[in-house]
Ligand binder design. Structure first.
Ligand code: SAM
Length: 331
């Protein structure tokens, strides 16, 4: 496989995250604007065939890992068929999907049979009322059933993403670790990123969370923690436990130097950094009948413009540069 996707800072870009929809069946407080947002029309989002065309070219350039995200990917019709075609593309070594899990009991089997084996499920509270609060009305039991279904079907790994929010779920940190100790899950605590101002000041650092856990559990780092291909999470074995816990620290530990990601937004823009406003509109090119060569050049141009690093430590950054929400970029 050729590997032209190296950015000016010698980072090898081999991971493509694709937001297939901006729509979501939840309204998480740190993700969606309070006032709601106009949804994109059907014609505004990339068609599956368009995404597949871009992916084939991206793979020919060196992309090996793909993650489907959103919005909530399970609300888009035709997802199993899309995954089935995606999984047949030669050169893709790994396909993952990030979901809130609400519809997983309904679609899990079909997704698994179409070739998806790894799944990340977002879950910020194990208490019904708090879950309803943070998700703007979601029912916890649906996610728990989805989680159990995913385990029974055989998805592996199953990763649970917990956005850590001070004064909200910090009293549940040990409950989440107990969940990971009891089942084959990897529970990953994620530092809250400054997308929405109403949670300003509610950050918890991964160091604080880890200290809290280590007062009750013994954690042993996995050997491959420093391998950039394993992503930004630092993973630990829980002594006498079945699963793992992980820490993702976008606020306190920059992982830009290891960043291997490129994104396609739901409305067809290439984006090389979650927090940069630099984007390339590929939907326009696709719909104007561009050649594969043009798409190849645009992918290379996006990688070429990947910033060396971003400053995520102030809300000013978000206000100045990142006018999109997580659900349209794809978390
Ligand atoms: N709907 C799917 C889900 O809930 O997993 C996929 C999209 S969601 C935007 C992807 C991930 O982004 C979730 O794990 C969510 O917790 C994370 N996320 C969104 N906003 C965030 C923020 N402000 N800080 C940290 N993580 C965030």
């Amino acid at each position: 496989m050729s590997n032209n996707l190296k950015d000016p800072y010698e980072r090898r870009i081999n991971y493509l995250r694709i937001s297939i929809t901006d729509r979501c069946n939840l309204r998480c407080r740190y993700c969606s604007p309070k006032e709601g947002k106009a949804r994109l029309g059907h014609n505004d989002i990339l068609r599956y065939e368009e995404i597949l065309r871009v992916v084939r070219i991206a793979v020919s350039l060196g992309i090996e890992k793909v993650r489907i995200t959103g919005g909530e990917p399970l609300v888009r019709k035709g997802l199993p068929n899309f995954i089935s075609i995606l999984s047949q593309i030669n050169g893709i070594r790994d396909i993952g999907l990030t979901t809130n899990g609400i519809l997983l009991s309904q679609y899990g089997r079909e997704l698994y049979d179409s070739g998806l084996k790894r799944i990340n499920i977002s879950l910020d509270s194990l208490k019904e009322d708090k879950y309803r609060f943070i998700t703007g009305g979601g029912e916890l039991k649906n996610v728990l059933i989805g989680l159990k279904t995913a385990r029974e079907i055989g998805f592996s790994p199953i990763k649970i993403n917990v956005v850590a929010i001070a004064g909200f779920n910090e009293d549940e940190i040990l409950d989440f670790v107990t969940l990971a100790a009891s089942f084959p899950y990897e529970v990953r605590f994620i530092e809250l990123m400054p997308f929405h101002l109403d949670l300003n000041g509610r950050h918890l650092t991964c160091e604080e969370i880890k200290n809290k856990i280590e007062a009750s559990f013994t954690l042993r780092p996995l050997d491959n923690n420093e391998n950039p291909l394993n992503g930004p999470a630092k993973i630990y074995q829980i002594e006498n436990g079945i699963g793992h816990v992980g820490f993702i620290s976008p606020m306190t530990k920059h992982f830009c130097h290891n960043c291997n990601r490129l994104r396609i937004t739901a409305d067809g823009h290439l984006r090389a950094c979650l927090f940069s406003h630099e984007e390339i509109n590929i939907k326009k090119e696709l719909r104007e009948g561009c050649s594969d060569e043009t798409l190849r050049s645009l992918l290379m141009e996006a990688v070429d413009k990947k910033p060396r690093e971003r400053n995520l430590t102030t809300f000013a950054y978000r206000q100045k540069s990142c006018q999109r929400d997580m659900n349209s970029i794809g978390g």
